[in-house]
Design a protein around this ligand. Structure first.
Ligand code: IVH
Length: 690
């Protein structure tokens, strides 16, 4: 059968009606909704219009779909959201949250049947259109009514598969983010290709998603928080509009999509506002340690009936709210960069910024990481920079705000010689290092080694260390253990002090491996990593013999760090041999079952360590038997007694040991219902380990 020839539209009004029909169909189609016309009918309609226009060029309507992208439904690259992508109202504290919950209750005439809380990811919202299980279009939120078509990014976003586990037609909504751990890599890729660096992960996510025609890909991730049916979905599917948000999230997950619940903080469903508040506290507590940027918590009425009853205004649903948390990232101005050589010989650049407040702490200094980072980011003095402070770690400069440059910025000068000894530096690695390595800032590495929570040789302070180094009595950490009376008298000027120090040095030979290992100053390891290595391997020889793969079994060690540790241990071999020869203990006493515990009164042969399975946070100044313990001493004790030492309090904390002047952590524990005990009670609990 020959294809039907275009039926000429009879008159101008028929033409205008046809134009309107085609435009509506195109808007619905390109909006991700369902077109009232099938493809063939639509095509025929457009060719009728075109035929009419050929005969009546003077009647041409500006709305005509002919010759236009998406049949003129959009300006190029724009897509209409069939269901608008709304925004959210904000609350900033518990009181405001309670106020929102109250007004929701009023609207519903009853308490909501359930509340759902999930992390608010700091990225950009997108809609992913799946047709018969295949990802066919990606659209940014844009104005909420129309967004940009970014379908070119299909296949490059983790957590947003090109194909679902079931061939359904749905619209998935969620946030596209760049993980913190990929930010550095993203900037490396970008600057290597001549692009300006991104100032923050959020900025990088949005820039990368929009970019087309690049010959490199920046790895983004997706976290879903919404699921809508489209009308061509299979009729045997559950009606999503009648599902609770909790169930929708489960369905998203089973379709193969990563959801907000897949972040380490998970989600919460509860009818109780106090549970939501505790969840907000938990997220606030944990987020700085997470790879995904979280800037708040989104709280929603879980039940579809409650959602419908509460309704929406033109901007935001009234059944959901964003609880915003203070930003961990702020902008400031980089005013100077200074260089020091640390105890391991690494050169450390430090940036000075105009003081800014991040979560109540004034930040003035931030690490600039390493020289290659400075060059790759193209950082300049005078730049506006994004600074991030996360938990207890040193604040970091993430990157410059290139668009804010005035032209007055000055380059950062990189050192050509070691800032400490003016000797040559090794610039072949990312981290520059003085050629003298640990020997460059020997006083710093020895002072570190004798500290209370490392070898604990009291009485050897920076002054005596400086003299011992000057005398050349100490050239590495092992030399401490072979110091003679004469050398100590020379350094201290006192026979009595020298005798006392000799005794303490003798005692220090019995320190557990974790501390001796720490004293070596192996790059890439600190106190807690040394404890983990010692506990895992049990002896220095075993750590030295470990392969990269074996090292990687220790929490916090990956491919890069294992290679570094192996190199360091090879370099330190002569020092380790000297330690052994001097009679220093190089083994870890069985960390969870000390001999004393087995015979301790009350333990009755029970060798399960008292803190097994518990996360314990110590805060405030310790008293009584624990008086001499620093924070790191307490952490060591907690770990020896089988527990896990935490630094911040959350719902998952098992116990808080609150000493004198304990502040916000104690208060938080009480608010969350976490047990709080004093130092005396704790000392009793773990007395066998003291
Ligand atoms: S629900 C109609 N859940 O926050 C409500 N939004 O400030 C739709 N966002 O535009 C949003 N994480 O881009 C929801 N777990 C989450 C979210 C989330 C991040 C973003 C989203 C939204 C913005 C509102």
């Amino acid at each position: 059968m020959p294809s039907p020839s275009p039926v000429l539209l009879p008159d101008r009004s028929a033409y205008l009606l046809a134009v309107e029909e085609a435009r509506n169909a195109a808007a619905a189609y390109y909006g991700g909704g369902d077109s009232p016309l099938d493809d063939a009918t639509f095509d025929r309609l457009v060719s009728d219009i075109a035929a009419y226009e050929q005969q009546h060029p003077d009647h041409l309507s500006a709305d005509s779909p002919t010759g236009k992208v998406a049949a003129g439904a959009l300006t190029e690259g724009m897509v209409v959201h069939a269901t608008p992508m709304l925004s959210l109202g904000n609350v900033y504290d518990a009181e405001e949250l309670a106020g929102w919950a109250k007004s929701l209750g009023k609207r519903l005439g009853a308490s909501p049947r359930g509340l759902h809380a999930s992390p608010k990811m700091d990225g950009l919202a997108i809609a992913a259109h799946y047709r018969d299980g295949k990802l066919v279009r990606l659209v940014t939120r844009g104005t909420g009514t129309t967004g940009d078509d970014v379908s070119h990014a299909i296949g490059t976003i983790d957590g947003l598969p090109a194909e679902l586990s079931t061939p359904v037609s749905v619209e998935v909504r969620g946030e596209v983010v760049l993980l913190q751990s990929r930010f550095e890599e993203a900037n490396r890729i970008r600057t290597t290709h001549g692009g300006a660096p991104f100032s923050s992960p959020r900025n990088a996510a949005s820039g990368s998603l929009r970019a087309t025609g690049r010959d490199y890909v920046i790895p983004l991730s997706f976290y879903g928080y919404g699921l809508l049916s489209t009308t061509d979905d299979r009729p045997d599917r559950p009606i999503r509009e009648a599902m609770t948000h909790t169930d929708l999230m489960k369905e998203l997950g089973s379709l193969g999509i990563q959801t907000a619940g897949d972040t380490p903080v998970g989600t919460l469903t509860s009818p109780l506002l106090k549970d939501v508040q505790a969840y907000v506290e938990k997220v606030a507590d944990q987020r700085s340690a997470l790879d995904v940027g979280i800037d708040g918590v989104v709280i929603k009425a879980d039940h579809p009936g409650d959602q419908a009853a509460a309704g929406s205004n033109s901007r935001a649903p009234l059944w959901a709210i964003a609880y915003k948390l203070p930003s961990l990232e702020v902008t400031s101005t980089l005013t100077a960069a200074t260089w020091t050589t640390g105890r391991t010989g690494n050169l450390a650049p430090r940036g000075e910024v105009l003081p800014v407040d991040i979560e109540g702490v004034s930040v003035q200094f931030a690490t600039l990481h390493n020289p290659s980072m400075i060059t790759k980011l193209g950082l300049r003095i005078g730049d506006r920079v994004v600074v991030r402070r996360a938990g207890d770690v040193i604040p970091q400069i993430l990157g410059p705000v290139v668009s804010a440059r005035t032209g007055e910025e000055k380059p950062i000068e990189l050192p050509t010689l070691c800032p400490n000894c003016a000797g040559e530096i090794d610039t072949s690695q990312e981290r520059w290092r003085c050629l003298k390595g640990r020997g460059c800032n020997l006083p710093a590495s020895i002072t570190y080694a004798v500290q209370r929570d490392v070898l604990h040789i009291e009485g050897i302070g920076p002054k005596i260390v400086a003299r011992l180094v000057e005398q050349e009595a100490v050239q590495d950490v092992a030399d401490l253990f072979t110091l003679t009376r004469g050398q100590l008298i020379e350094a201290t000027g006192s026979e009595k002090t020298a005798a006392k120090l000799l005794e303490r040095i003798e005692t220090a030979k019995q320190q557990p491996l974790s501390r001796v290992f720490c004293a070596l100053g192996v790059r890439g390891t600190g106190r807690s990593m040394s404890r983990r290595l010692a506990a895992h391997f049990g002896s220095m020889a075993a750590i030295q013999a470990a392969s990269a793969a074996e090292l990687c079994q220790v929490e916090g060690i990956g491919a890069e760090k294992s290679a570094l540790v192996i190199g360091e241990l090879a370099e330190l071999e002569p020092v380790i041999a000297k330690l052994g020869a001097a009679g220093v203990n190089l083994t870890e006493p069985d960390r969870n079952i000390p001999a004393a515990a087995a015979v301790a009164p009350g333990s009755a042969g029970d060798t399960t360590p008292p803190l097994a399975g518990l996360t314990v946070v110590a805060t405030g100044a310790m008293t009584g038997r624990l008086e001499t313990l620093s924070r790191s001493g307490m952490n060591e004790l907690i770990e020896r007694a089988g527990g896990r030492a935490g630094s911040s309090v959350s719902k998952s904390t098992s116990l808080v040991v609150a000493g004198e002047k304990a502040g916000s952590k104690k208060a938080k524990a009480e608010a969350l219902g976490v047990s709080v005990i004093g130092p005396d009670k704790f000392a009793e609990m773990i007395s066998a380990y003291l």
